[in-house]
Design a binder for this molecule. Structure first.
Ligand code: SAM
Length: 275
């Protein structure tokens, strides 16, 4: 996959791209990422990329012409159709489904805004407008890095163990199961689990669930499925509507939902008794 990132702060994206899984994929050539300085596409001596807003008001607006010239230059080196992504708090909220769709595209271009944002005419050259969440960042660089990282993980050959990507949270509409590693027991003082208790400073021993130490792979697989379904039901029940569950997971979900409604009914009966 080829990715172009257009920004006025190339250094802000270059360093993070050089690290970790994405950095290794770039080194191996699985990903080709070019960071383009928007100022290289200006034509004036001062390399100006912004101007005051028509109609007045605070702040500066990114001019359309440097972006158009940058896109023209990228067009000439394109490797298949361009997917041009405008980073914007006004865009569609980015999800794993978007990451999966974008991972199948040959060439992504991410445009990073700054100041009050872009001259609106830039939208004429854009295929996707993406927000990474309902908050406002100072610039599109962090948003572009989030999108590149999430998409790159899904490009075949980028993450060594593709099974781990398949099991990640959201991949089938389920959150991931809890993970543990050595040591099997660890002492712990304080923390959220103890917050507010009279023994907040008492030391507890935190153990890895026995099933994970049992060596029984069928039991481990079932425990993990149950944990993934239970976590999703508890934390993100909204995901379950679109989740792709196998028969075993559907059965686990029914059991958990039955258990919940039995608990709810018991609670209601207790409250009724008190009335
Ligand atoms: N005035 C703009 C508005 O309210 O829509 C916000 C401009 S923001 C300060 C500057 C740039 O940061 C945006 O053009 C965009 O590139 C980026 N940005 C800010 N928040 C973002 C978000 N939640 N997701 C993606 N990009 C964001």
């Amino acid at each position: 996959m080829t990715v172009d990132i257009v920004t006025i702060f190339p250094a802000m994206v270059q360093a993070p791209l050089a690290a970790g899984i994405v950095g290794r994929a770039i080194e191996r050539g699985t990903l080709d990422v070019k960071v383009r300085d928007l100022r290289d596409f200006t034509t004036d001596r001062h390399r100006v990329v912004d101007d005051v807003p028509y109609g007045g008001g605070p702040g500066m607006v990114l001019k359309p012409d440097p972006f158009f010239r940058a896109l023209d230059a990228i067009e000439t080196d394109r490797v298949g159709p361009l997917t041009v992504i405008l980073t914007s708090p006004q865009g569609k909220r980015f999800t794993q489904v978007d990451a999966q769709r974008l991972s199948g595209q040959p060439h992504l271009v991410l445009l990073c805004g700054r100041y009050e944002g872009f001259d609106d005419r830039i939208r004429q050259r854009v295929t996707d407008e993406i927000s990474i969440g309902d908050y406002v960042l100072s610039g599109g660089e962090l948003a572009a890095l989030v999108v590149v990282d999430a998409v790159a993980r899904l490009v075949p050959g980028v993450v060594g163990d593709e099974q781990s990507v398949a099991e990640d949270s959201f991949s089938r509409g389920l959150l991931d199961f809890p993970q543990f590693t050595r040591p099997p027991e660890i002492a712990c003082r304080g923390g959220a689990g103890n917050a507010g208790s009279a023994t907040a400073s008492a030391e507890r021993v935190l153990k890895v669930p026995d099933v994970l130490l049992s060596g029984n792979h069928a039991e481990i697989r079932r425990w993990r499925k149950r944990q993934a379904v239970a976590r999703t039901l508890e934390r993100r029940p909204d995901l379950l509507d679109g989740a792709v569950l196998d028969e075993e997971e559907k059965q686990i979900l029914r059991e958990l939902q039955d258990g919940r409604s039995a608990e709810l009914q018991k609670g209601q009966a207790r409250n009724h008794g008190r009335d």
